[in-house]
Design a protein. Structure first.
Length: 140
């Protein structure tokens, strides 16, 4: 059996937003698109990722107004990337090593996708507890 590749399980064309986008706008897009993160750019330069948890922990919990705060102020700038031809196993090991739940998938031309811990669980071991949770329909 051939190893599962990141390009086979990644989310292609993740939602991109500019650093000056407000948190409330990003949160609405996350809700409407049923996603937990957006990739943040400064013009054409990849800056990082903002998750729904980042918005809550880095802004809302500190009483920072989401309509006055931009993605640039809460973005996780430590970029952890993986090439699309990496194996899913290698991606999982990198997530463990770097203690992250998402990897940006980049080729020589730039960002091509994003792969999450949930993606790996669903595609590698859908019968596991994490695979079952990650593959379930949202409860909203």
């Amino acid at each position: 059996m051939a190893a599962l590749m990141v390009k086979e399980i990644m989310t292609r064309d993740p939602v991109r937003m500019e650093v000056d986008t407000t948190l409330d706008r990003a949160a609405r897009v996350m809700r409407d698109e049923d996603i937990g993160d957006v990739v943040v750019f400064d013009n054409d330069r990849l800056v990082g990722v903002v998750t729904d948890r980042d918005i809550v922990v880095r802004a809302v919990a500190d009483d920072i107004a989401p309509h006055d705060t931009t993605l640039g102020s809460v973005v996780s700038r430590d970029l952890v990337t993986v090439p699309p031809d990496a194996t899913a196993h290698d991606a999982a090991l990198l997530m463990r090593e770097k203690a992250v739940r998402r990897l940006l998938v980049c080729d020589d031309k730039g960002l091509v996708g994003i792969v999450s811990l949930g993606d790996l669980a669903v595609d590698i071991d859908p019968d596991s507890v994490l695979g079952g949770i990650s593959g379930a329909a949202p409860n909203n």
